[in-house]
Design a protein around this ligand. Structure first.
Ligand code: ZN
Length: 471
């Protein structure tokens, strides 16, 4: 259902109350306020909402009943950083008033960078362009622009990245560089044509915003030490697995930096190369050329490497080279898109690799997820009401915490993203077990245990914990 949303009206009710009472003001017409509320609203809550708006001076009210999901989406979309923060609000407002699109464009990029956003999304909805930032993994609206301003913004981004100005027909990918404080930042642009308009995503590849060293990752000291022991070896295979968005490549980047001491020749084959790392020979695969990946794979071994990083094990060739190289005096790193250590081994064996040589080549498998740790300054306490969840040690009536967002956490509600790891070190005993077919011996539930612990300590929210429980 499309509703006539007036951006800025939501400000009448603070975000905290909107979340608490599951409602959001959507428009005002001749003094009459329209409020979207959850269709399942209880009578006492409804009375309270009515009172709140009376207190705010709105006696004439109309209610629009929406599903609870839709209310959640509206709150998440229309409460923006611009409305939250008077300073940001004043800045953006002056650009809007002057129709200064160049100024606004610079401001959006600078602000995104300041807030450590990884992506800028520009999407069209109800005649508006919504500018959203991905901060620590979660989307947060920065501002909302009218159609004209939004289209001008898209035009500037297209010009910067050499994409045709007219509405595109097929998806386009491009890159451009943005100079910020004497530093060139790579921006990766992707544009698609949607039913309503164009949708743009800009990935900000600022190396300053991602952890570079093992100690910055946020894992425990014991975990760091286990990993460091493996990195001292001269040969073997280190695999990092986990679903999309679990921070695999960030972990790998930290691992490589840890051993990048100028004494070992490190060579990588990645697609795409996200961050350039000095001291490492990085090969970019030319996807437009068929067989480019295979050719590059073959060439790396001839480059006399000590350490090889293959961005992802995706076929027999990459699995074969990784195994063979690690058995012949190279330290090999790679990632695999699986959800457990066991399935990582199974996957590689299914690609056609002999299980005995695979198992003898592996030193370490890190299976990981990425969890947003709640901001201590603004997290909200709540009592959990619902069925007990045994896997999370959660019982009815227990205290849990939820994110809100404040200046300190850049309005994300989260302090930082931390990888939650299940590290399996391959000792000779582990290897023998696996070769005897006792794979379940390495099945580990550390991720679930850690999630349950973080939930009880109020470090993560229930929604996040549940997400990791089922996969
Ligand atoms: Zn906060």
């Amino acid at each position: 259902m499309s509703i006539n949303f007036e951006y800025g009206i939501s400000k009448i009710l603070c975000e905290k109350k909107a979340r608490e009472y599951r409602c959001i003001p959507i428009s005002i017409n001749r003094g009459k306020i329209s409020i979207a509320i959850s269709e399942g609203v209880a009578m006492d809550i409804f009375t309270r909402i009515n009172e709140i708006f009376n207190e705010l001076g709105f006696v004439d009210k109309g209610y629009v009943y929406l599903s609870d999901n839709e209310i959640e989406r509206l709150i998440n979309t229309y409460y923006s950083i611009e409305l939250d923060n008077p300073q940001v609000g004043a800045q953006i407002n002056s650009f809007k008033k002057l129709r200064d699109i160049e100024g606004l464009y610079d401001y959006i990029i600078k602000k995104s960078n300041l807030l450590s956003a990884s992506d800028i999304h520009i999407l069209y909805e109800n005649e508006y362009f919504i500018i959203r930032l991905r901060i620590r993994g979660k989307l947060k609206t920065l501002t909302i622009l009218d159609k004209d301003l939004g289209e001008s913004l898209i035009r500037i981004i297209k010009v910067s990245s050499n994409i045709e100005i007219s509405r595109i027909r097929s998806p386009k990918d491009a890159r451009f560089k943005y100079t910020l404080l004497n530093q060139e930042i790579d921006m990766r642009v992707s544009i698609v044509n949607t039913i309503e308009n164009e949708k743009i995503s800009v990935r900000i590849l600022n190396p300053d915003n991602v952890p570079v060293n093992l100690k910055d990752l946020g894992i425990s000291f014991e975990e760091e030490e286990i990993i460091r022991r493996t990195l001292r070896l001269n040969s073997g295979f280190v695999l990092v697995c986990g679903p999309t968005g679990s921070g695999k490549s960030t972990t790998l980047r930290c691992l490589l930096n840890e051993i990048n001491d100028g004494l070992r020749h490190i060579i990588s084959i990645e697609d795409p190369i996200e961050y350039t790392m000095s001291g490492i020979t990085q090969i970019q695969i030319d996807e437009t050329k068929e067989g480019s990946f295979k050719e590059s794979l073959k060439s790396i071994v001839r480059q006399d490497p000590d350490v090889i990083y293959i961005g992802e094990i995706r076929d027999y060739e990459s699995a074969d080279i990784a195994t063979k190289a690690s058995l012949t005096g190279h330290l090999v790193f790679s990632t695999l898109h699986t959800r457990s250590s066991v399935s990582a081994i199974e996957r590689i064996v299914n690609l056609g690799i002999d299980s005995a040589s695979l198992v003898s080549s592996i030193n370490l498998i890190i299976n990981q997820r990425l969890a947003g740790v709640l901001c201590d300054e603004c997290k909200q306490e709540r009592i959990y009401e619902g069925e007990d969840i045994k896997e999370l040690n959660l019982t009815n009536g227990q205290k849990i915490w939820e994110p809100l967002g404040c200046e300190k956490c850049n309005y994300s509600g989260y302090y930082k993203n931390v990888p939650i790891m299940d590290i399996v070190v391959f000792t000779d005993t582990t290897r023998e077990c696996i070769l005897r077919g006792e794979i379940p011996k390495i099945k580990n539930h550390k991720i679930k245990e850690k999630i349950a612990l973080m939930l009880s300590k109020g470090e993560i929210e229930l929604k996040e914990a549940l997400k990791y429980l089922w996969y």
